[in-house]
Design a protein around this ligand. Structure first.
Ligand SMILES: NC(=O)c1ccc[n+]([C@@H]2O[C@H](COP(=O)([O-])OP(=O)(O)OC[C@H]3O[C@@H](n4cnc5c(N)ncnc54)[C@H](O)[C@@H]3O)[C@@H](O)[C@H]2O)c1
Length: 356
């Protein structure tokens, strides 16, 4: 992206304290945007958001999406130019333990945001982040396309698919009149990895937590394949989409985009581990199969639409993706370096931006 359209713009990021949200907040701060962050809590310890030490540089709201009146107030008062909606209960395993929290955050939470937007009279560009898991997983060996069926077996996937139904219904019912100023697109990315994630039951954080204590990590499904991509790849897609929406709002209103690895480049958990080990020899694991809860085996995203309409595609090779991730955690856990996290993450963003 050449021209910086985000400078001085007011940008609301929901889920700004989370893994992806904290990277997006930092990236947009580097671009000179004015950030309004809205999240329920600081959801991990350690937390990338806290380590970045950027709370004073943004307007920070600790608010639950379930609180409609507060969401309305924040949107009315802050009048953002852009909204990136990432807040969600984002973990499949947690969704089995807390289905009501998952449904209310992911589905009702998204509806509350849309409801709050109905009163907005100012031009606002909204990017709603759902998931590759919104697709009804038919275990097909082809990439899922944006117009494939949505659905989900576990509460997380179903709540994201249901949010998508609500989004399309709101667009058709409330954001399609000729004076409409609120432009909405949906972004579906696959599994993202990157430094600064400490969520439970995610491969990369689980591994580095154990390895930092010189322990083995137990691997549930070594042959599961996922569309692994670096967090900056997906965020770059969201930023390009926002830019395109700004230029041609009507062309992108109501559109859905997949953001997945190039050439359906899915790799197994085992391949990811072996690649990490090539950069980080202390990596070690045991295979312990566990079938306690349903996890889909195969999900590929077809991202041709993003390539064609946004000229977006992943820039990092599989190896560079894993190298970025490994270098980040290595720097963090190597205390001797007394690392400045904001500098470390900013440097990765700058490096990434330079890649053609
Ligand atoms: N990480 C991935 O691999 C991945 C893959 C596909 C889609 N996504 C989607 O991307 C988004 C961000 O994912 P992440 O990995 O950064 O998640 P995360 O778990 O790291 O962060 C979640 C964020 O949402 C906030 N939140 C949760 N419930 C809330 C509520 N009720 N009200 C207000 N805030 C609430 C948390 O405070 C936190 O800031 C989510 O919508 C997720 O479903 C993530």
């Amino acid at each position: 992206m050449k021209k910086n359209i985000f400078k001085e713009k007011k940008i609301l990021i929901t889920g700004h304290t989370g893994f992806k949200g904290s990277w997006l907040t930092l990236w947009l701060l580097l671009k000179g945007a004015k950030i309004i962050g809205l999240s329920k809590n600081i959801n991990t310890r350690p937390s990338h958001f806290q380590l970045l030490n950027i709370k004073k540089k943004i307007k920070h709201y600790q608010v639950d999406l379930k609180n409609l009146s507060k969401i309305k107030k924040i949107i009315n008062n802050s009048r953002p130019d852009y909204i990136f909606h990432l807040a969600a209960q984002a973990l499949v395993k947690n969704s089995y333990d807390n289905p009501i929290e998952t449904w209310s955050s992911n589905s009702i939470g998204t509806i509350h945001l849309l409801e709050a937007l109905r009163k907005v009279k100012k031009k606002t560009f909204v990017i709603l982040i759902t998931s590759d898991k919104s697709y009804k997983n038919l275990e097909l060996d082809r990439g899922y396309k944006e117009d494939d069926l949505i659905g989900g077996k576990d509460p997380y996937s179903a709540s994201k698919a249901s949010a998508e139904l609500a989004i399309q219904s709101y667009i058709n019912s409330f954001f399609s009149h000729k004076n409409n100023k609120v432009f909405i697109s949906v972004a579906r990315a696959g599994n993202v990895i990157g430094g600064g994630d400490w969520s439970e039951n995610r491969l990369v954080p689980d591994c580095f937590k154990k390895w930092s204590k010189n322990r083995f990590v137990d691997i549930r499904n070594p042959n599961s394949t996922r569309p692994w991509q670096h967090v900056l790849e997906a965020l770059n897609g969201y930023l390009i989409l926002a830019k395109k929406m700004t230029i041609r709002p009507r062309n992108f209103h109501g559109e859905v985009f997949n953001f997945g690895p190039k050439n359906f480049d899915n790799n197994s958990v085992l391949k990811v581990l072996k690649k990490i080990k090539s950069f980080y020899p202390a990596a070690k694991w045991n295979i312990r199969k566990n079938k306690k809860f349903h996890e889909s085996n195969l999900l590929k995203l077809n991202s041709k639409k993003a390539k064609k309409k946004l000229n977006w595609e992943c820039k990092l090779s599989f190896s560079d993706n894993i190298r970025y991730v490994t270098e980040w955690y290595k720097s963090f856990y190597d205390r001797k370096q007394k690392i400045n996290i904001c500098k470390l993450s900013s440097e990765q963003i700058r490096q990434y931006e330079k890649i053609k």
